[in-house]
Design a binder for this molecule. Structure first.
Ligand code: GDP
Length: 444
């Protein structure tokens, strides 16, 4: 998976900071040296790394450590923000013209995944209720037209082609007219690629651009080629001008250098990512989510911020201690429920916690917002204080009593006990992951 090594190394670097009560300039510098190496090893552009480290360091040094956060978390927060900024802050959408059809011109080198991506994008837009038309302008690569037709057939999207004898500029123009006549509101033009960026290719693309005036020029680049992908993006942008990038084959890219460099180097956003060969393996690119992913932490930062707004800090500290020692019990769960209810929907909160996505899957279709929460609370409230603090004493007769008292069944009580144990397990993994000490040593 992408960012494997980077993720591990960053977490390692931050783990060391987590035990410190206060950050010295040297602590930050040491950590930043590790972050720098990790980024370089992930094949991030050297200049980008240098700038990035400078910014993060400036922000970390001299900043007061917030009362509610450990210094390590504070640094992670800053790194997360800067990583997000590096990739473009906000999600960049496709520009849909108010005067249809919207013309999207797909460009890129041969093998980058342009034809596949043209289809994927068509499928993606079709799911949003659009009526795309694919236009086959790659008249040079053998079988490119056929390939687009096969893709179109699979997705049930029409493909416009004039064979491989016609000039691509004319095909693009005719494709556009065809779309208008058939009320297709999106035209996706699959242009020719070359093995390398060359003048002939650029001239042809410029001619198509001049003729059909696309609303979007999307460049497809192969993530696995790392810095080459960044160079290709730079060349295309300089010669042709692009509006955004589709980064393909992210499923096979373990380093992530292209994903982290393209925006900073070209000033053009990554709009979509390709995550596999199947035609629905395309996702809009969210810089913030990608940053969280790199840091291996779900969206825990929003959670921390939200918690800061609402949660009693002393309580939170006590809870953290308990979690670390895995003493989390039903009383804590109950008080958490109350805190969480203050923060908003349970589903959303859980979604932000690392590992909790999986937990939700394990629990099946639990309604985390309404009924289920009330029921869970009722079960806990039917327990004695002793039972809440020490769930292991819950034998059959106690469970029966609790079920009766809360208007639930013994199975419900059992399920909740299981849930608590799962949460403890997850917390154990989480504290291991971000605590620096845990997972690595235990896991060997
Ligand atoms: P083109 O020459 O740029 O039009 O490239 P193609 O669309 O023919 O794609 C080249 C190869 O890359 C094909 O085997 C595709 O299946 C594969 N491919 C495209 N996108 C992805 C992706 O996101 N992930 C993976 N694993 N393979 C991809």
């Amino acid at each position: 998976m992408i960012f494997e090594g980077l993720s591990d190394k960053l977490q390692n670097a931050f783990g060391k900071l987590k035990s410190k009560g206060k950050l010295s300039e040297k602590d930050v510098k040491d950590a930043m040296r590790e972050v720098k190496l990790a980024l370089l090893e992930a094949d991030v552009n050297f200049k980008v790394v240098k700038e990035f480290i400078k910014k993060v360091q400036e922000r970390c040094v001299g900043q007061e450590v917030m009362q509610s956060l450990t210094p390590g978390q504070h640094v992670i927060k800053i790194v997360n923000e800067e990583l997000t900024a590096l990739m473009g802050d906000v999600q960049s959408k496709i520009m849909i013209s108010s005067k249809p059809p919207t013309v999207i011109m797909m460009v890129g080198l041969q093998g980058a995944g342009k034809t596949t991506t043209s289809g994927k994008l068509g499928g993606y837009l079709k799911k949003q209720g659009k009526k795309p038309l694919l236009v086959a302008c790659d008249v040079y690569r053998p079988a490119a037209i056929k390939q687009l037709q096969v893709v179109g057939e699979k997705l049930d999207i029409p493909v416009f082609s004039m064979g491989d004898k016609e000039n691509p500029v004319n095909i693009a123009k005719a494709g556009f007219e065809h779309a208008k006549a058939n009320s297709n509101d999106i035209v996706i033009i699959d242009t020719a690629g070359r093995l390398h960026v060359d003048e002939l290719l650029m001239d042809e693309l410029k001619n198509i651009k001049a003729e059909v005036k696309p609303h979007e020029i999307l460049l497809t680049v192969d993530a696995m080629t790392g810095q080459d992908a960044v160079n290709v993006a730079e060349s295309f942008n300089e010669a042709l001008g692009i509006d955004g990038v589709v980064l393909t084959k992210l499923d096979g890219d373990t380093r992530g250098g292209a994903a982290l460099s393209i925006r900073a180097v070209t000033n053009k956003p990554i709009k979509f990512i390709g995550m596999g060969e199947k035609l629905d393996d395309i996702e809009p690119f969210h810089p913030d989510r990608m940053a969280s992913r790199i840091l291996g932490m779900g969206d825990v930062l929003s959670l921390i911020e939200k918690a800061q707004e609402t949660v009693d800090l002393e309580e939170a500290k006590k809870l953290e201690q308990k979690l670390r020692k895995q003493e989390f019990d039903f009383e804590d769960l109950l008080s958490q429920f109350e805190q969480i209810q203050k923060m908003g929907s349970m589903e959303k909160i859980l979604g932000m916690m690392p590992g909790m996505g999986q937990l939700k899957d394990q629990l099946g279709n639990v309604d985390l917002n309404g009924k289920e929460m009330k029921r869970t609370k009722a079960i806990i409230q039917s327990m004695t204080i002793e039972e809440r603090r020490n769930p292991s004493i819950l034998n059959a007769s106690r469970k029966k009593r609790i079920a009766k008292g809360s208007g639930t069944s013994v199975q419900d009580v059992n399920r909740l006990i299981k849930q608590l144990n799962e949460m403890k397990k997850m917390m154990k993994m989480f504290t291991g992951m971000t605590g620096g000490k845990g997972k690595k040593k235990r896991g060997g």
